[in-house]
Design a binder for this molecule. Structure first.
Ligand code: SAH
Ligand code: SF4
Ligand code: F3S
Length: 469
């Protein structure tokens, strides 16, 4: 591309991306940086240095989406300061708020140059060129570039891959989006509207990206999707392949040592995926399997399409296949109509399942979702009290889980120098942070570590023996 060639000869422009929301946004932010690299943009961690700031936004709860407008207020000031000293700043809003409220953002915040949804990231260089051509127009004539279409073409096929040296700087673990969008329509959730219908990337594309990551030194890959276990990408013969089968294919990549996936829906945990957990040592024994509520009445109103008994039976089946499996979950308290008994049922399912960790949220009414038109909203103080009780229970379970690890020896992926001199830090199979005494030469590989204690939110270990590479 000739524009890229000329751009690369001039001073590199600086790109700052602020990421809100889920892991998929984290992945997307990297892909946006990759898409802008050929345009001469280099990432910076200092917002003041940026020529272009992108906000990668989240719409999942009201609080998350409100942050966008306050951040835009601050960016407007930064832009004025830069202009006063002869510089400039371009501003783009990406992600799920952009998708849901594109026109509204452009109207409320004229400071914005571009507003574009998650399905338009491959068109970013083109949008940027259009926005740049407006730079010197009179403010009254300037119009932000808006792109919130769901394209026909394959976004991923058009997004450039990261250069090997860039991947190297991103660490030993990497995200890889294999599925996007959602067809489940839980009645509280905006994702089917912000990310669109479920789309799975073809198998060869996923394998190619995984190989590229491993070739650049990545040891652990987390497959991402809003509904990742509904994955059904096509293979070379046009046959749909499920997540379980995909895991076996990924397991053949030499040098890939750990595989995770998130987020799963209980209804899509099929036998092939459970068998993969039984058969594949690289598939980590830690599963994020949200249930949201333990009350069948509320589960029905949420349109989750399963009962609490079905969830518990599923957990039994998974643990039968992989006895060392630990679970994490998501819970919503105060869904419309949730009474004391419904909430007690949620506490019961938590007690019965036993989570290594869990995320919990107060129900937030989202415009356009079926939940928004339900009566019988739960009072804010009730939600606060329920959230507190739920978190107390979950925190106790997390503490108990950490304590149960003491005395065990587990493989730890050593990723970095530790907080203290002479220490290194890494992750257990259960994503716990582990600190141990050891030389920095341990970094970059998996080592057997005996867990000898716990500290707040992390484990203390002692090196047992190096695992042969
Ligand atoms: N696809 C995943 C969840 C994606 S959203 C799944 O099906 O489990 C991540 C979490 O945010 C959800 O699991 C839910 O607990 C929470 N969440 C989603 N919408 C919400 C809302 N309107 N109010 C409060 N929490 C919500
Ligand atoms: Fe949202 Fe439900 Fe889809 Fe998860 S499965 S993304 S909660 S609609
Ligand atoms: Fe938020 Fe969109 Fe992820 S709404 S949780 S950033 S899919």
């Amino acid at each position: 591309m000739s524009t890229a060639e000329t751009a690369s000869q001039t001073r590199p422009k600086k790109l700052f991306i602020r990421t809100y929301g889920c892991q998929m946004n984290v992945y997307d932010s990297d892909r946006m940086a990759d898409a802008l690299a050929p345009q001469g943009y280099e990432p910076t961690t200092e917002i003041e240095d940026a020529d272009l700031v992108l906000l990668n936004t989240c719409h999942i709860r009201e609080k998350a989406s409100e942050k966008v407008f306050s951040e835009l207020g601050r960016l407007k000031e930064l832009q004025s300061e830069k202009r006063a000293s002869g510089g400039d700043l371009m501003i783009g809003v990406a992600g799920c708020v952009a998708q849901a409220e594109g026109e509204e953002i452009a109207r409320r915040a004229p400071v914005v140059d571009m507003v574009f949804g998650p399905q338009a990231y491959h068109r970013l260089p083109d949008m940027l060129a259009r926005a740049e051509s407006q730079r010197h127009m009179h403010p009254s004539l300037k119009k932000p570039v808006i792109d919130t279409d769901f394209p026909e073409e394959d976004k991923f096929a058009h997004l450039p891959a990261a250069k090997k040296e860039v991947t190297l700087t991103r660490g030993l673990t990497a995200f890889l989006t294999v599925q996007e969008g959602c067809d489940k329509f839980c009645s509280f959730c905006v994702v089917p509207y912000t990310r669109g219908a479920e789309v799975s990337r073809p198998v060869h594309q996923v394998l190619e990206e995984a190989r590229r990551l491993v070739d650049a030194g990545v040891k652990e890959i987390t497959l991402l999707g809003q509904n990742v276990n509904a994955y059904h990408g096509l293979d070379a013969t046009g046959r749909p392949v499920g997540l379980g089968e995909l895991a076996y294919l990924l397991a053949e990549i030499s040098g890939l040592e750990r595989l995770r996936y998130t987020t799963s829906h209980p209804r899509d945990m099929d036998d092939a995926l459970i068998a993969a957990h039984r058969d594949l040592p690289l598939l980590m024994p830690y599963l994020h399997l949200p249930v949201q509520s333990g009350s069948d009445r509320i589960l029905k109103a949420m349109n989750r399409k399963h009962t609490s008994a079905e969830y518990l039976a599923l957990i039994d089946k998974i643990k039968a296949a992989r006895p060392d499996m630990a679970l994490s979950g998501d819970f919503i308290v105060g869904f419309p109509g949730e009474n004391d008994q419904d909430f007690e049922d949620t506490l019961s399912i938590i007690r019965e399942t036993g989570y290594a960790s869990a995320y919990s949220f107060k129900y937030s009414t989202r415009p356009g979702t079926p939940g928004a038109s339900l009566g019988d909203q739960v009072a804010e103080e009730v939600k606060t009290e329920r959230l507190y009780r739920l978190q107390e229970l979950v925190n106790a379970q997390t503490t108990a889980f950490h304590a149960s690890c003491v005395g065990k020896t587990m493989p730890v992926l050593i990723e970095r120098v530790g907080r203290m001199q002479g220490q290194v830090g890494g992750r257990s199979p259960y994503l716990q942070a582990v600190h141990l005494d050891g030389p920095t030469s341990l970094i970059g590989a998996i080592h057997q570590v005996e867990i000898i204690g716990t500290s707040t939110n992390s484990l203390v270990g002692r090196l047992k023996q190096a695992v042969a590479a």
